[in-house]
Design a protein around this ligand. Sequence first.
Ligand code: PLP
Ligand code: SF4
Length: 478
Amino acid sequence: MATEPISTSSNAQSTPQKPLAIVPAGLEPIVHLKAAVDPASLAWRQLKDGPWWQAIPAWKDVDEATFLSHIWQEKNAITNVEKLVATVRDLAAPEFIKDVEGGFGAAPMAVRISPYLLALIDWHKPYEDPIRRQFLPVKSQLEPDHPMLTLDSLHEQSDAPVPGLTHRYPDKALFLVLDTCPVYCRFCTRSYAVGLDTDLVEKVSLKATDERWDRAIQYLSERPEIEDVVISGGDTYRLRADQIRAIGDKLLAMPHIRRFRFATKGIAIQPMKILTDAPWLDAITEIVDKGRKIHKEVVIHTHFNHPNEITDITRRACNMLFERGITVRNQSVFQRGVNDSAETMVRLVKKLSWVNVHPYYVYIHDLVKGTEDLRTSVATGIQVEKRVRGSTAGFNTPMFVVDAPGGGGKRDMHSYEHYDTETGISVYTAPSVRKDEFFATFDPISSLSSSAQADWQVPARRTQMVDDALAAAKAKAI
Ligand SMILES: *Cc1c(COP(=O)(O)O)cnc(C)c1O
Ligand code: SF4
Protein backbone atom coordinates (compact mmCIF):
# COMPACT_ATOMS: atom_id res chain seq x y z
CA MET A 1 0.00 0.00 0.00
CA ALA A 2 1.47 3.35 -1.02
CA THR A 3 1.10 5.80 1.81
CA GLU A 4 2.61 9.20 2.23
CA PRO A 5 5.29 9.55 4.88
CA ILE A 6 3.61 11.41 7.68
CA SER A 7 6.48 13.71 8.41
CA THR A 8 6.37 15.49 5.06
CA SER A 9 3.71 18.04 4.32
CA SER A 10 3.63 18.13 0.55
CA ASN A 11 0.73 20.26 -0.52
CA ALA A 12 0.95 20.10 -4.28
CA GLN A 13 -2.76 19.30 -4.65
CA SER A 14 -3.92 22.38 -2.89
CA THR A 15 -2.15 24.96 -5.06
CA PRO A 16 -4.58 26.55 -7.53
CA GLN A 17 -3.50 25.83 -11.07
CA LYS A 18 -2.85 28.69 -13.47
CA PRO A 19 -5.01 28.54 -16.59
CA LEU A 20 -3.03 27.46 -19.63
CA ALA A 21 -2.61 30.52 -21.77
CA ILE A 22 -0.49 28.88 -24.46
CA VAL A 23 -2.36 28.36 -27.72
CA PRO A 24 -1.00 25.31 -29.56
CA ALA A 25 0.32 26.04 -33.07
CA GLY A 26 -2.39 25.99 -35.71
CA LEU A 27 -5.31 26.46 -33.32
CA GLU A 28 -7.40 29.59 -32.95
CA PRO A 29 -7.59 31.08 -29.44
CA ILE A 30 -10.86 30.05 -27.76
CA VAL A 31 -13.45 32.75 -27.22
CA HIS A 32 -14.47 32.20 -23.60
CA LEU A 33 -18.10 32.69 -22.68
CA LYS A 34 -17.35 32.88 -18.99
CA ALA A 35 -15.16 35.55 -17.41
CA ALA A 36 -11.82 34.27 -16.09
CA VAL A 37 -12.04 33.00 -12.54
CA ASP A 38 -10.18 34.91 -9.88
CA PRO A 39 -7.89 32.33 -8.19
CA ALA A 40 -8.85 33.89 -4.85
CA SER A 41 -12.38 32.59 -5.42
CA LEU A 42 -10.99 29.03 -5.32
CA ALA A 43 -9.67 29.59 -1.82
CA TRP A 44 -11.12 26.34 -0.43
CA ARG A 45 -8.23 24.55 -2.15
CA GLN A 46 -5.75 26.31 0.12
CA LEU A 47 -5.45 23.98 3.07
CA LYS A 48 -3.86 25.22 6.24
CA ASP A 49 -0.34 23.84 6.33
CA GLY A 50 2.86 24.12 8.39
CA PRO A 51 3.14 24.03 12.21
CA TRP A 52 0.11 26.30 12.80
CA TRP A 53 -0.55 24.77 16.27
CA GLN A 54 2.66 26.39 17.53
CA ALA A 55 0.73 29.66 17.84
CA ILE A 56 -0.79 28.17 21.02
CA PRO A 57 1.62 29.17 23.83
CA ALA A 58 1.72 25.75 25.52
CA TRP A 59 2.49 24.07 22.21
CA LYS A 60 5.06 26.44 20.74
CA ASP A 61 7.71 23.71 20.80
CA VAL A 62 5.47 20.83 19.74
CA ASP A 63 6.86 19.40 16.50
CA GLU A 64 4.83 17.83 13.74
CA ALA A 65 5.48 14.21 14.71
CA THR A 66 4.22 14.94 18.23
CA PHE A 67 1.17 16.88 17.08
CA LEU A 68 0.24 14.09 14.66
CA SER A 69 0.36 11.47 17.40
CA HIS A 70 -3.19 10.43 18.30
CA ILE A 71 -1.92 9.50 21.77
CA TRP A 72 -0.58 13.02 22.29
CA GLN A 73 -3.89 14.45 21.05
CA GLU A 74 -5.86 12.38 23.58
CA LYS A 75 -3.50 13.20 26.44
CA ASN A 76 -3.71 16.91 25.75
CA ALA A 77 -7.46 17.19 25.23
CA ILE A 78 -8.98 20.16 27.04
CA THR A 79 -11.52 18.98 29.61
CA ASN A 80 -11.89 21.93 31.97
CA VAL A 81 -11.27 25.65 32.30
CA GLU A 82 -7.98 25.24 34.20
CA LYS A 83 -6.55 23.21 31.36
CA LEU A 84 -7.83 25.75 28.84
CA VAL A 85 -6.13 28.62 30.69
CA ALA A 86 -2.89 26.64 31.08
CA THR A 87 -2.88 26.00 27.33
CA VAL A 88 -3.92 29.27 25.69
CA ARG A 89 -2.40 31.47 28.45
CA ASP A 90 -2.35 35.15 27.45
CA LEU A 91 -3.93 34.50 24.04
CA ALA A 92 -7.35 34.69 25.68
CA ALA A 93 -8.55 37.75 27.59
CA PRO A 94 -9.46 37.11 31.28
CA GLU A 95 -13.03 38.36 30.60
CA PHE A 96 -13.43 35.75 27.89
CA ILE A 97 -12.18 32.97 30.18
CA LYS A 98 -14.65 34.09 32.85
CA ASP A 99 -17.41 33.94 30.28
CA VAL A 100 -16.38 30.38 29.31
CA GLU A 101 -16.35 29.40 32.96
CA GLY A 102 -19.94 30.61 33.27
CA GLY A 103 -20.82 28.76 30.06
CA PHE A 104 -19.33 25.48 31.31
CA GLY A 105 -21.29 25.83 34.56
CA ALA A 106 -24.54 26.18 32.63
CA ALA A 107 -23.80 23.44 30.06
CA PRO A 108 -25.58 20.10 30.17
CA MET A 109 -22.63 18.58 28.23
CA ALA A 110 -19.29 17.34 29.46
CA VAL A 111 -16.40 19.37 28.03
CA ARG A 112 -13.76 17.85 25.80
CA ILE A 113 -11.99 19.55 22.91
CA SER A 114 -9.09 18.10 20.92
CA PRO A 115 -5.80 20.02 20.62
CA TYR A 116 -6.34 19.96 16.84
CA LEU A 117 -9.56 21.95 17.21
CA LEU A 118 -8.31 24.21 19.98
CA ALA A 119 -5.40 25.32 17.80
CA LEU A 120 -7.74 26.04 14.86
CA ILE A 121 -9.68 28.61 16.89
CA ASP A 122 -8.83 32.21 16.06
CA TRP A 123 -7.96 33.33 19.59
CA HIS A 124 -7.93 36.97 18.52
CA LYS A 125 -11.65 36.74 17.78
CA PRO A 126 -12.91 33.96 20.06
CA TYR A 127 -16.48 35.26 20.25
CA GLU A 128 -17.05 35.01 16.50
CA ASP A 129 -14.97 31.90 15.90
CA PRO A 130 -17.07 29.07 14.41
CA ILE A 131 -15.10 26.29 16.15
CA ARG A 132 -15.18 28.01 19.53
CA ARG A 133 -18.96 28.40 19.16
CA GLN A 134 -19.42 24.66 18.70
CA PHE A 135 -17.30 23.48 21.61
CA LEU A 136 -16.80 26.20 24.21
CA PRO A 137 -20.05 27.71 25.50
CA VAL A 138 -19.88 31.31 26.75
CA LYS A 139 -22.43 32.45 29.28
CA SER A 140 -23.01 35.85 27.68
CA GLN A 141 -24.29 34.25 24.45
CA LEU A 142 -26.59 31.61 25.94
CA GLU A 143 -30.32 31.93 25.30
CA PRO A 144 -33.13 30.33 27.32
CA ASP A 145 -34.23 26.94 25.96
CA HIS A 146 -37.25 26.78 23.71
CA PRO A 147 -40.34 26.02 25.84
CA MET A 148 -41.14 22.95 23.70
CA LEU A 149 -37.79 21.29 24.38
CA THR A 150 -37.52 17.86 26.03
CA LEU A 151 -34.37 15.78 26.65
CA ASP A 152 -34.07 13.04 23.96
CA SER A 153 -36.31 15.10 21.71
CA LEU A 154 -35.85 12.52 18.94
CA HIS A 155 -37.30 9.72 21.09
CA GLU A 156 -34.32 7.48 20.40
CA GLN A 157 -34.91 5.71 23.71
CA SER A 158 -38.60 5.05 23.21
CA ASP A 159 -37.85 3.48 19.81
CA ALA A 160 -35.22 1.18 21.38
CA PRO A 161 -36.29 -2.48 21.80
CA VAL A 162 -33.00 -3.22 23.62
CA PRO A 163 -30.83 -0.55 25.28
CA GLY A 164 -28.79 1.41 22.74
CA LEU A 165 -30.44 0.03 19.60
CA THR A 166 -32.98 2.29 17.94
CA HIS A 167 -35.20 0.66 15.32
CA ARG A 168 -37.33 3.43 13.87
CA TYR A 169 -37.17 3.06 10.10
CA PRO A 170 -38.41 -0.10 8.39
CA ASP A 171 -35.07 -1.39 7.07
CA LYS A 172 -32.37 0.26 9.13
CA ALA A 173 -31.27 0.47 12.74
CA LEU A 174 -29.07 2.72 14.83
CA PHE A 175 -26.69 0.88 17.14
CA LEU A 176 -25.16 3.04 19.88
CA VAL A 177 -22.14 0.94 20.73
CA LEU A 178 -20.72 3.16 23.47
CA ASP A 179 -21.29 6.52 25.06
CA THR A 180 -17.97 8.35 24.87
CA CYS A 181 -16.49 10.59 22.19
CA PRO A 182 -13.09 12.11 21.43
CA VAL A 183 -14.74 15.53 21.82
CA TYR A 184 -18.04 16.69 23.26
CA CYS A 185 -20.10 18.93 21.03
CA ARG A 186 -22.43 21.48 22.53
CA PHE A 187 -25.11 20.68 19.98
CA CYS A 188 -25.10 16.91 20.52
CA THR A 189 -28.52 15.37 20.00
CA ARG A 190 -27.51 12.47 22.22
CA SER A 191 -26.68 14.63 25.20
CA TYR A 192 -29.15 12.40 27.08
CA ALA A 193 -26.52 9.63 26.96
CA VAL A 194 -23.19 10.87 25.68
CA GLY A 195 -20.47 12.17 27.98
CA LEU A 196 -20.03 12.18 31.73
CA ASP A 197 -22.78 13.30 34.05
CA THR A 198 -22.79 17.06 34.43
CA ASP A 199 -24.23 19.23 37.18
CA LEU A 200 -27.47 19.49 35.24
CA VAL A 201 -28.04 16.12 33.60
CA GLU A 202 -27.74 12.56 34.80
CA LYS A 203 -26.98 10.44 31.74
CA VAL A 204 -28.41 7.15 30.54
CA SER A 205 -25.58 4.61 30.63
CA LEU A 206 -24.57 3.01 27.32
CA LYS A 207 -21.26 1.36 28.11
CA ALA A 208 -19.49 -0.87 25.61
CA THR A 209 -20.38 -4.11 27.41
CA ASP A 210 -20.42 -7.59 25.87
CA GLU A 211 -23.85 -8.26 27.26
CA ARG A 212 -25.48 -5.15 25.80
CA TRP A 213 -23.81 -5.77 22.44
CA ASP A 214 -24.96 -9.39 22.44
CA ARG A 215 -28.55 -8.28 23.03
CA ALA A 216 -28.35 -5.79 20.16
CA ILE A 217 -26.82 -8.38 17.81
CA GLN A 218 -29.48 -10.88 18.87
CA TYR A 219 -32.22 -8.36 18.06
CA LEU A 220 -30.70 -7.60 14.65
CA SER A 221 -30.47 -11.29 13.85
CA GLU A 222 -34.17 -11.69 14.61
CA ARG A 223 -35.23 -8.87 12.26
CA PRO A 224 -34.75 -9.99 8.66
CA GLU A 225 -36.15 -6.68 7.37
CA ILE A 226 -33.08 -4.76 8.61
CA GLU A 227 -30.56 -4.30 5.80
CA ASP A 228 -28.69 -1.29 7.07
CA VAL A 229 -27.00 -0.55 10.42
CA VAL A 230 -25.52 2.71 11.67
CA ILE A 231 -22.79 1.97 14.21
CA SER A 232 -22.62 5.10 16.30
CA GLY A 233 -22.37 6.23 19.86
CA GLY A 234 -20.69 8.06 21.23
CA ASP A 235 -18.12 7.70 18.55
CA THR A 236 -16.53 4.71 16.85
CA TYR A 237 -13.12 6.46 17.09
CA ARG A 238 -13.36 5.22 20.68
CA LEU A 239 -13.59 1.53 19.70
CA ARG A 240 -10.48 -0.62 19.96
CA ALA A 241 -9.34 -2.54 16.89
CA ASP A 242 -10.60 -5.85 18.35
CA GLN A 243 -14.01 -4.30 19.02
CA ILE A 244 -14.25 -3.02 15.43
CA ARG A 245 -13.47 -6.51 14.16
CA ALA A 246 -15.90 -8.15 16.58
CA ILE A 247 -18.81 -5.96 15.63
CA GLY A 248 -17.92 -5.83 11.93
CA ASP A 249 -17.59 -9.62 11.63
CA LYS A 250 -20.90 -10.20 13.41
CA LEU A 251 -22.77 -7.80 11.13
CA LEU A 252 -21.09 -9.13 7.97
CA ALA A 253 -22.13 -12.65 8.98
CA MET A 254 -25.84 -11.75 9.00
CA PRO A 255 -27.19 -12.54 5.54
CA HIS A 256 -29.91 -9.86 5.59
CA ILE A 257 -27.53 -7.02 6.51
CA ARG A 258 -26.31 -5.49 3.26
CA ARG A 259 -24.57 -2.34 4.44
CA PHE A 260 -23.38 -0.57 7.52
CA ARG A 261 -21.55 2.58 8.50
CA PHE A 262 -19.11 3.40 11.21
CA ALA A 263 -20.06 6.86 12.46
CA THR A 264 -17.23 8.98 13.79
CA LYS A 265 -16.65 12.66 14.21
CA GLY A 266 -12.99 11.76 14.51
CA ILE A 267 -11.87 12.65 11.01
CA ALA A 268 -13.14 16.19 11.56
CA ILE A 269 -11.65 16.75 14.99
CA GLN A 270 -8.58 14.50 15.14
CA PRO A 271 -7.67 13.52 11.57
CA MET A 272 -4.15 12.48 12.60
CA LYS A 273 -5.48 9.26 14.14
CA ILE A 274 -5.99 7.99 10.58
CA LEU A 275 -2.28 8.66 9.96
CA THR A 276 -0.87 7.39 13.25
CA ASP A 277 -3.21 4.77 14.72
CA ALA A 278 -2.47 1.90 12.36
CA PRO A 279 -4.33 -0.79 14.37
CA TRP A 280 -7.58 1.22 14.26
CA LEU A 281 -7.36 2.01 10.54
CA ASP A 282 -6.27 -1.52 9.69
CA ALA A 283 -9.27 -2.98 11.53
CA ILE A 284 -11.68 -0.68 9.65
CA THR A 285 -9.92 -1.46 6.36
CA GLU A 286 -10.16 -5.18 7.04
CA ILE A 287 -13.93 -5.02 7.61
CA VAL A 288 -14.43 -2.80 4.53
CA ASP A 289 -12.38 -5.23 2.40
CA LYS A 290 -14.17 -8.31 3.77
CA GLY A 291 -17.48 -6.61 3.07
CA ARG A 292 -16.49 -5.73 -0.48
CA LYS A 293 -15.59 -9.36 -1.20
CA ILE A 294 -19.08 -10.50 -0.16
CA HIS A 295 -20.73 -7.49 -1.85
CA LYS A 296 -21.65 -5.57 1.26
CA GLU A 297 -21.01 -1.88 1.65
CA VAL A 298 -19.11 -0.71 4.72
CA VAL A 299 -18.39 3.04 4.88
CA ILE A 300 -17.49 5.79 7.31
CA HIS A 301 -19.85 8.65 8.13
CA THR A 302 -18.24 11.70 9.63
CA HIS A 303 -19.21 15.12 10.81
CA PHE A 304 -17.53 18.32 9.59
CA ASN A 305 -19.42 21.56 10.20
CA HIS A 306 -17.10 24.35 9.06
CA PRO A 307 -14.45 24.69 6.33
CA ASN A 308 -11.86 25.75 8.95
CA GLU A 309 -11.96 22.18 10.28
CA ILE A 310 -10.37 20.93 7.04
CA THR A 311 -6.59 21.33 6.94
CA ASP A 312 -3.71 19.71 5.12
CA ILE A 313 -3.69 17.05 7.87
CA THR A 314 -7.29 16.29 6.91
CA ARG A 315 -6.27 15.99 3.27
CA ARG A 316 -3.55 13.50 4.11
CA ALA A 317 -5.94 11.46 6.28
CA CYS A 318 -8.65 11.49 3.60
CA ASN A 319 -6.11 10.51 0.93
CA MET A 320 -5.15 7.52 3.02
CA LEU A 321 -8.80 6.46 3.38
CA PHE A 322 -9.35 7.01 -0.34
CA GLU A 323 -6.33 4.90 -1.26
CA ARG A 324 -7.77 2.11 0.86
CA GLY A 325 -11.07 2.39 -0.98
CA ILE A 326 -13.02 3.60 2.05
CA THR A 327 -15.97 5.82 1.23
CA VAL A 328 -16.44 8.75 3.61
CA ARG A 329 -19.70 10.69 3.78
CA ASN A 330 -20.39 13.78 5.85
CA GLN A 331 -23.30 14.93 7.98
CA SER A 332 -23.30 18.51 9.25
CA VAL A 333 -25.39 20.31 11.79
CA PHE A 334 -26.64 23.68 10.59
CA GLN A 335 -25.69 26.16 13.31
CA ARG A 336 -26.18 29.86 13.82
CA GLY A 337 -22.93 31.80 13.63
CA VAL A 338 -21.10 28.68 12.44
CA ASN A 339 -22.30 27.64 8.99
CA ASP A 340 -25.66 29.32 8.49
CA SER A 341 -24.55 31.45 5.53
CA ALA A 342 -24.57 30.35 1.90
CA GLU A 343 -20.98 31.44 1.45
CA THR A 344 -19.73 29.24 4.33
CA MET A 345 -21.87 26.26 3.39
CA VAL A 346 -20.77 26.37 -0.27
CA ARG A 347 -17.16 26.59 0.88
CA LEU A 348 -17.66 23.61 3.22
CA VAL A 349 -19.23 21.50 0.49
CA LYS A 350 -16.47 22.35 -2.01
CA LYS A 351 -13.71 21.75 0.48
CA LEU A 352 -15.16 18.38 1.53
CA SER A 353 -15.45 17.39 -2.13
CA TRP A 354 -11.83 18.48 -2.70
CA VAL A 355 -10.66 15.92 -0.12
CA ASN A 356 -13.04 13.21 -1.42
CA VAL A 357 -15.61 13.39 1.36
CA HIS A 358 -19.21 13.29 0.13
CA PRO A 359 -21.57 15.81 1.75
CA TYR A 360 -24.66 13.76 2.64
CA TYR A 361 -26.92 15.59 5.11
CA VAL A 362 -27.21 18.99 6.73
CA TYR A 363 -29.42 18.75 9.81
CA ILE A 364 -31.50 21.66 10.97
CA HIS A 365 -30.37 21.95 14.60
CA ASP A 366 -32.50 19.75 16.86
CA LEU A 367 -34.05 21.01 20.07
CA VAL A 368 -31.15 20.35 22.46
CA LYS A 369 -30.75 21.75 25.96
CA GLY A 370 -28.45 24.77 26.29
CA THR A 371 -28.07 25.34 22.54
CA GLU A 372 -30.82 27.79 21.63
CA ASP A 373 -28.10 30.27 20.56
CA LEU A 374 -26.87 27.76 17.95
CA ARG A 375 -30.22 26.95 16.40
CA THR A 376 -31.58 28.44 13.18
CA SER A 377 -34.99 28.66 11.57
CA VAL A 378 -36.11 26.29 8.83
CA ALA A 379 -36.46 29.42 6.65
CA THR A 380 -32.70 30.11 6.97
CA GLY A 381 -32.02 26.54 5.91
CA ILE A 382 -34.20 26.95 2.85
CA GLN A 383 -32.38 30.16 1.82
CA VAL A 384 -28.94 28.61 2.17
CA GLU A 385 -29.89 25.34 0.43
CA LYS A 386 -30.96 27.29 -2.63
CA ARG A 387 -27.43 28.61 -3.03
CA VAL A 388 -25.71 25.32 -2.26
CA ARG A 389 -27.67 23.32 -4.83
CA GLY A 390 -26.12 23.96 -8.22
CA SER A 391 -22.73 25.01 -6.87
CA THR A 392 -21.22 21.56 -7.41
CA ALA A 393 -21.99 17.96 -8.41
CA GLY A 394 -25.41 16.72 -7.36
CA PHE A 395 -23.88 13.72 -5.58
CA ASN A 396 -21.82 16.11 -3.48
CA THR A 397 -24.83 18.26 -2.63
CA PRO A 398 -26.16 17.57 0.86
CA MET A 399 -29.85 17.17 1.58
CA PHE A 400 -31.07 19.56 4.25
CA VAL A 401 -33.18 17.64 6.73
CA VAL A 402 -35.22 18.12 9.86
CA ASP A 403 -35.07 15.21 12.29
CA ALA A 404 -38.68 15.43 13.40
CA PRO A 405 -39.00 15.67 17.21
CA GLY A 406 -41.08 12.82 18.57
CA GLY A 407 -39.60 10.12 16.35
CA GLY A 408 -40.74 10.97 12.83
CA GLY A 409 -37.19 10.63 11.58
CA LYS A 410 -35.39 12.70 8.97
CA ARG A 411 -37.55 14.70 6.64
CA ASP A 412 -36.51 16.82 3.66
CA MET A 413 -36.65 20.31 5.16
CA HIS A 414 -38.83 21.46 2.25
CA SER A 415 -41.50 18.81 2.68
CA TYR A 416 -43.44 20.40 5.56
CA GLU A 417 -47.22 20.15 5.50
CA HIS A 418 -47.38 23.55 7.14
CA TYR A 419 -44.88 26.23 8.10
CA ASP A 420 -45.72 29.48 9.83
CA THR A 421 -42.67 31.74 9.94
CA GLU A 422 -44.50 34.03 12.37
CA THR A 423 -44.77 31.42 15.16
CA GLY A 424 -41.79 29.46 13.82
CA ILE A 425 -43.74 26.19 13.85
CA SER A 426 -43.29 23.72 11.01
CA VAL A 427 -45.21 20.45 10.79
CA TYR A 428 -44.06 17.31 9.00
CA THR A 429 -45.53 13.89 8.27
CA ALA A 430 -43.53 10.67 7.87
CA PRO A 431 -45.79 8.14 6.13
CA SER A 432 -43.15 5.39 5.94
CA VAL A 433 -42.14 5.75 9.57
CA ARG A 434 -45.26 6.68 11.56
CA LYS A 435 -48.33 6.70 9.37
CA ASP A 436 -51.02 9.30 10.15
CA GLU A 437 -48.91 11.15 12.72
CA PHE A 438 -47.86 14.80 12.66
CA PHE A 439 -44.55 16.12 13.96
CA ALA A 440 -43.98 19.75 14.86
CA THR A 441 -40.65 21.48 15.13
CA PHE A 442 -39.83 24.98 16.27
CA ASP A 443 -37.65 27.83 15.04
CA PRO A 444 -35.54 29.51 17.75
CA ILE A 445 -37.48 32.05 19.76
CA SER A 446 -35.01 34.85 19.01
CA SER A 447 -35.65 34.52 15.26
CA LEU A 448 -39.31 35.49 15.74
CA SER A 449 -41.06 38.86 15.83
CA SER A 450 -41.35 40.48 19.25
CA SER A 451 -45.09 39.78 19.45
CA ALA A 452 -44.55 36.08 18.66
CA GLN A 453 -41.77 35.99 21.24
CA ALA A 454 -44.20 37.37 23.82
CA ASP A 455 -46.83 34.77 22.83
CA TRP A 456 -44.40 31.92 23.50
CA GLN A 457 -44.03 33.14 27.09
CA VAL A 458 -47.74 32.50 27.78
CA PRO A 459 -48.49 28.78 28.30
CA ALA A 460 -52.08 29.01 27.02
CA ARG A 461 -50.95 30.85 23.85
CA ARG A 462 -48.27 28.20 23.31
CA THR A 463 -50.81 25.38 23.30
CA GLN A 464 -53.05 27.40 21.00
CA MET A 465 -50.23 28.07 18.50
CA VAL A 466 -49.23 24.41 18.37
CA ASP A 467 -52.86 23.26 18.03
CA ASP A 468 -53.47 25.77 15.24
CA ALA A 469 -50.36 24.63 13.36
CA LEU A 470 -51.31 20.95 13.67
CA ALA A 471 -54.86 21.70 12.51
CA ALA A 472 -53.56 23.63 9.50
CA ALA A 473 -51.24 20.74 8.63
CA LYS A 474 -54.01 18.16 9.00
CA ALA A 475 -56.29 20.18 6.76
CA LYS A 476 -53.64 20.23 4.04
CA ALA A 477 -52.09 16.75 4.29
CA ILE A 478 -53.62 14.02 2.22
C1 PLP B 1 -30.38 8.78 11.00
C2 PLP B 1 -30.85 7.51 11.44
C3 PLP B 1 -30.67 6.36 10.67
C4 PLP B 1 -29.98 6.40 9.32
O1 PLP B 1 -30.76 7.15 8.42
P1 PLP B 1 -30.21 7.55 6.95
O2 PLP B 1 -31.27 8.46 6.44
O3 PLP B 1 -30.16 6.27 6.16
O4 PLP B 1 -28.90 8.17 7.08
C5 PLP B 1 -31.16 5.18 11.17
N1 PLP B 1 -31.82 5.11 12.35
C6 PLP B 1 -32.02 6.21 13.11
C7 PLP B 1 -32.78 6.09 14.38
C8 PLP B 1 -31.53 7.45 12.68
O5 PLP B 1 -31.71 8.53 13.45
S1 SF4 C 1 -18.99 13.48 18.56
FE1 SF4 C 1 -21.12 13.09 17.92
S2 SF4 C 1 -22.04 11.84 19.56
FE2 SF4 C 1 -20.13 12.77 20.36
S3 SF4 C 1 -20.74 14.69 21.36
FE3 SF4 C 1 -20.22 15.21 19.26
S4 SF4 C 1 -22.17 15.09 18.11
FE4 SF4 C 1 -22.44 13.97 20.07
